[in-house]
Unconditional design. Structure first.
Ligand SMILES: [Zn+2]
Length: 488
């Protein structure tokens, strides 16, 4: 059976779990509201339907998904774990720790002789005890498990990001945050009752970056109070204003869902989405204005069209856009479109000797970012990349609390992300045709260390997923707090 499925092309198996329904502090007018589902999710969305059937049990969700992937022939030893369900930090801390603990247990128990028992009732367990158990499971995952969690993504709101929530999410093993902004325009945020300001978003992304996190920003065109032109302008602002510059974006054009307040606005004529044609043209502009370091990770949401009362109904919008852009000779330079495997040059380029090392530098609030990548000469295909951050500590007033909680990262440069693409190969297995595990990662890390050293840094910290700590140990890194740190 061929393994060249889109879900594993970027080198890892993706497992998504949903948290149980829980009130969200937000009150956004476009957000669907179903009692049996976590806020903002519909029972008919495929991933959500699976979670509902398993009663949102993290243990069963994880094991079911791994079994499913394994049955269809996917390697499952490297797992990128994504937890969805709205605002993570709005859940009680005990629930958060329990959810992550059960997820790690589920992974570990699949290859463990003496299995740890699952915990259904966590209310009587103290947070300290949950943390202790989690540490045991994480260490097992790091050192022994066959299925390693190499990254954990949590979804939250900018107003929930504080030194304390960042600290807890690090202990939980989180490496990437999905952060809703929707529109970098306070007038629109107010109109849609988003409940936070643009400034709050900027503060959140700064704190996250100064702690090495990757940030996936949610952008929502076609909201009330905007126009197609304004959406394009706002999108451009995301990459010209040093207060934003996200690593990834999810673009979800606003749709009218029956259970959302926006449906009443739509019925009464207070809101009308702009035409399909205008949206299509705006998205072409948006794609052509995305820089190389950013990945458009999603374009439109997986909502069954029967649930959409108004707004985009084209489910293969991404393909339609590509077709039209090809016709006009336009290209999306975003990371996703250039990943080896997604781009059309895959086969010719499996020979990695054709690669060149590029270093793109860009300025953000609080520090400089370096996007270091192996690409073909024409920069059409990316084989691997690394995100290096060199923080400047001039405006560190907000960061004092962070360094009190996580002293290990003070004065550190950060490796925020390292990714080498290729067909997914089992850890330790050799496959000459695949690009992974060919020393590309090592070369990227070495270049990052050189750049940091030259800029005067003496330490470098990696926000490493639990399951990749060992990779960094081999490169001379040691675990300090929740990071892998090396003196350079
Ligand atoms: Zn793209």
């Amino acid at each position: 059976m061929r393994k060249a499925n889109i879900r594993t092309l970027s080198g890892v198996a993706i497992v998504t779990s949903l948290t149980k329904p829980h009130p969200c502090p937000g009150n956004c007018i476009y957000c669907p509201d179903e009692i049996k589902m976590p806020k903002s999710y519909l029972a008919t969305e495929p991933a959500a339907a699976r979670a509902l059937a398993l009663k949102f049990d993290p243990y069963r969700q994880m094991q079911k998904r791994i079994e499913m992937l394994a049955r269809s022939g996917h390697p499952t030893d490297k797992i990128e774990y994504i937890v969805k369900g709205g605002t993570w930090n709005a859940y009680p801390l005990k629930y958060q720790y329990w959810f992550v603990l059960e997820s790690f247990k589920a992974c570990n128990n699949l290859s463990r002789k003496k299995k740890t028992s699952t915990t259904q009732q966590y209310n009587n367990i103290t947070i300290e005890k949950l943390k202790k158990q989690l540490k045991i499971e994480q260490n097992y995952n790091d050192k022994h498990a066959k299925h390693k969690i190499i990254g954990l993504t949590l979804e939250t709101r900018p107003d929930a990001i504080t030194a304390k929530t960042i600290y807890d999410m690090r202990i939980q093993g989180c490496t990437r945050i999905e952060l809703g902004l929707q529109a970098p325009d306070d007038k629109i945020l107010k109109l849609i009752r988003r409940g936070h300001t643009v400034e709050q978003f900027k503060k959140a992304i700064l704190l996250l970056r100064q702690t090495g996190f990757k940030v996936d920003l949610h952008f929502m065109p076609d909201l009330p109070g905007t126009t197609a032109n304004h959406d394009v302008e706002m999108y451009k602002l995301l990459f010209s204003d040093p207060g934003f510059k996200p690593d990834m974006v999810k673009i979800y054009p606003c749709t009218v869902i029956k259970t959302a307040k926006l449906y009443n606005w739509y019925k009464s004529g207070k809101y009308k989405p702009y035409s399909d044609k205008k949206l299509f043209e705006a998205l072409i502009e948006i794609k052509t204005n995305t820089p190389r370091y950013c990945r458009i990770s999603r374009l439109i949401r997986d909502i069954p069209t029967t649930d959409i009362k108004a707004g985009n109904l084209v489910t293969n919008l991404r393909e339609e856009l590509k077709k039209e852009m090809d016709k006009r000779g336009l290209k999306c330079r975003c990371l996703r479109c250039r990943e080896v495997g997604h781009s059309t040059t895959t086969l010719q380029h499996n020979n990695t000797s054709a690669t060149h090392l590029f270093v793109d530098e860009y300025e953000t609030v609080g520090g400089d970012e370096y996007f270091i990548s192996f690409e073909d000469k024409k920069r059409q295909t990316v084989f691997g990349f690394l995100r290096l951050r060199l923080p400047n500590f001039d405006n560190s007033a907000d960061l004092d609390n962070l360094y009190k909680l996580m002293p290990e990262i003070k004065d550190c440069a950060f490796i925020r992300e390292l990714h080498v693409y290729g067909q997914l190969v089992g850890i330790g297995k050799q496959d000459n045709k695949a690009t992974q595990h060919k020393g590309m990662g090592k070369k990227l890390v070495s270049r990052a260390e050189k750049i940091a050293k030259k800029a005067g840094f003496t330490k470098i910290a990696v926000i490493s997923g639990v399951g990749v700590r060992n990779y960094y140990r081999k490169l001379g890194y040691k675990k300090q707090g929740t990071y892998m740190v090396k003196k350079i």
